[in-house]
Design a protein around this ligand. Structure first.
Ligand code: IPE
Ligand code: MG
Length: 234
């Protein structure tokens, strides 16, 4: 969800005002995804590197998460959203950690949309944490066992990644999970993201041929990329 700071700067507003508007964009996007039948939405809210931002912005983001949780969780629960917060919780304040735990517990029985809010998350952290978990348990390290130990093991790898804000990079998001994900980059700043932007991303995705390492002919010979994925995972 990139571009909050630039959105604010263009309006001579403090960066935190951009982040606030970013929460609105997320609310819109969750609703639009539910209307379109999306079952899992994973967003990058705060990276392990974001701690290095000015202290005022970091505390503003923490405050915003706590506020958004207390304001949004009741309606998210009502509408069937399950919340999960992949990331390292050890360095979160007691208040934020408690809010995150409560949000997960209060929405644990929902299953319409799983909303993963990656917070204090990093792709490298995820891989190292998973490897460490396996080593501590004395388990062999395989692609399957490592996948299972990552923060998003409950769901399949993402089909589509949307990066807003014009940069064309991954910035330590889901490094392990993005192996075969389709990438969509848009100049739209996150606070401006809306249904039209989402539909453009979906339209581009629909036009892609997903080969998962196979040839185009092989993919055409099967019933479609989905069954190919199913086979390769079997
Ligand atoms: C992304 O927006 C949101 C967070 C990292 C929390 P930015 O804050 O990176 O916005 P820009 O890139 O400065 O515009
Ligand atoms: Mg940025």
């Amino acid at each position: 969800m990139d571009g909050n700071g630039r959105w604010a700067k263009k309006r001579w507003l403090p960066r935190v005002a951009g982040h606030k508007q970013g929460v609105e964009a997320l609310r819109r996007t969750v609703r639009a995804c539910m209307e379109r039948g999306v079952q899992v939405l994973t967003v990058f809210a705060f990276s392990t590197e974001n701690w290095n931002r000015p202290a005022e912005e970091v505390s503003g983001l923490m405050e915003l998460l706590a506020m958004a949780l207390s304001r949004e969780v009741p309606s998210l629960r009502q509408s069937g959203v399950r919340l999960y917060f992949p990331g390292d919780r050890a360095s979160l304040s007691a208040r934020v950690a408690q809010g995150v735990r409560a949000a997960e517990q209060e929405t644990a029985l929902n299953h319409k949309l799983l909303l993963n809010v990656c917070f204090n998350y990093g792709g490298r952290w995820d891989i190292v944490h998973a490897a460490r978990t396996l080593a501590e348990r004395g388990e062999p390290i395989t692609e399957a066992s490592l996948s299972k130990a990552t923060a998003l093991s409950a769901v399949g790898d993402p089909d589509l990644l949307i990066r807003t804000g014009g940069e064309k990079r991954i910035s330590n998001f889901l490094l392990w999970q993005l192996a075969y994900t389709e990438l969509h980059f848009t100049d739209c700043l996150w606070p401006d993201f809306d249904e039209a932007e989402l539909d453009m991303a979906f339209a581009e995705f629909a036009g892609r041929e997903r080969r998962f390492g196979l040839t185009s002919e092989q993919v055409e010979a099967t019933e479609g990329a989905e069954s190919v994925l199913g086979q390769s995972h079997a």
